[in-house]
Design a protein around this ligand. Structure first.
Ligand code: SAH
Length: 212
């Protein structure tokens, strides 16, 4: 159930849904997803669905991970990337193999600790983790040429836009609770911020404060 054939089938499904970036598909094919889940759920790791990781949080759906990564990379290679919401660490692992350095912030300490072990197991040493409220970004490590958020704010935090470098791109789900969220892309140019609404999505909310 965690065989290469099962993984290949997932990648084909993701491709059928419209993902075209071969570098993203290649890394997803080579990265195990089952190690980011509790053993009781690992048999579902290669379904194209989001799955629970405890603390009312979810491991994002593979299609969505692929879509967000593809969008982040579409405007050119990214060196310094901030991720808001490490969660299981799966998206972090994908990013770490496609950009130079990943800075990832998580507000729930036990999730962060688990993610740290998994990333170490995969020998992904270009990832820096921080236990903090990612809605504030990570100002000491910015500016970033890419920011990706796995949690949805009602309104895009100004801090994240401020920490984007010129030419940088923010990929983030946005929307009020109970109202349709949209995956959005914000590009920072010399002249200001350009916004694009990409597609409807369903994400856990961005919550302020931290959980020890
Ligand atoms: N990409 C992750 C998604 C996890 S769900 C994965 O595939 O596993 C979103 C994560 O965002 C949760 O772990 C949640 O705790 C975290 N989160 C929510 N609000 C946050 C905030 N303000 N700062 C940091 N992390 C936050």
């Amino acid at each position: 159930m965690t065989s290469q054939r099962t993984r290949d089938r997932l990648i084909e499904r993701v491709r059928e849904k419209g993902i075209t970036d071969e570098s993203v598909l290649k890394i997803m094919r080579a990265t195990p997803r089952h190690i980011f889940l509790d053993e009781a759920l690992s048999h579902r790791a290669y379904e194209d669905s989001s799955l629970p990781i405890g603390f009312q949080q979810t491991l994002s759906q593979p299609y969505i991970v692929a879509r967000m990564t593809e969008l982040l990379l579409a405007a050119g290679p990214r060196e310094r990337v901030l991720e808001v919401g490490t969660g299981s660490g799966y998206q972090t692992a994908i990013l770490a193999q496609l950009v130079e350095r990943v800075f990832s912030v998580e507000r729930i300490r036990p999730l962060q600790e688990q993610a740290r072990q998994r990333l170490r197991h995969l020998r992904l040493y270009n990832v820096h983790l921080r236990h903090a409220d990612g809605g504030m970004g990570w100002p000491q490590r910015g500016p970033f040429d890419g920011i990706l958020s796995a949690a949805a704010p009602e309104v895009v935090p100004q801090e994240l836009l401020d920490q984007l470098a010129i030419g940088g791109r923010l990929v983030i789900p946005v929307g009020k609770k109970g109202v349709q969220q949209h995956l959005c892309v914000y590009d920072k140019t010399e002249d200001g911020i350009n916004e694009q609404k990409i597609e409807p999505v369903l994400f856990v909310p961005l919550v302020s404060g931290v959980v020890a």
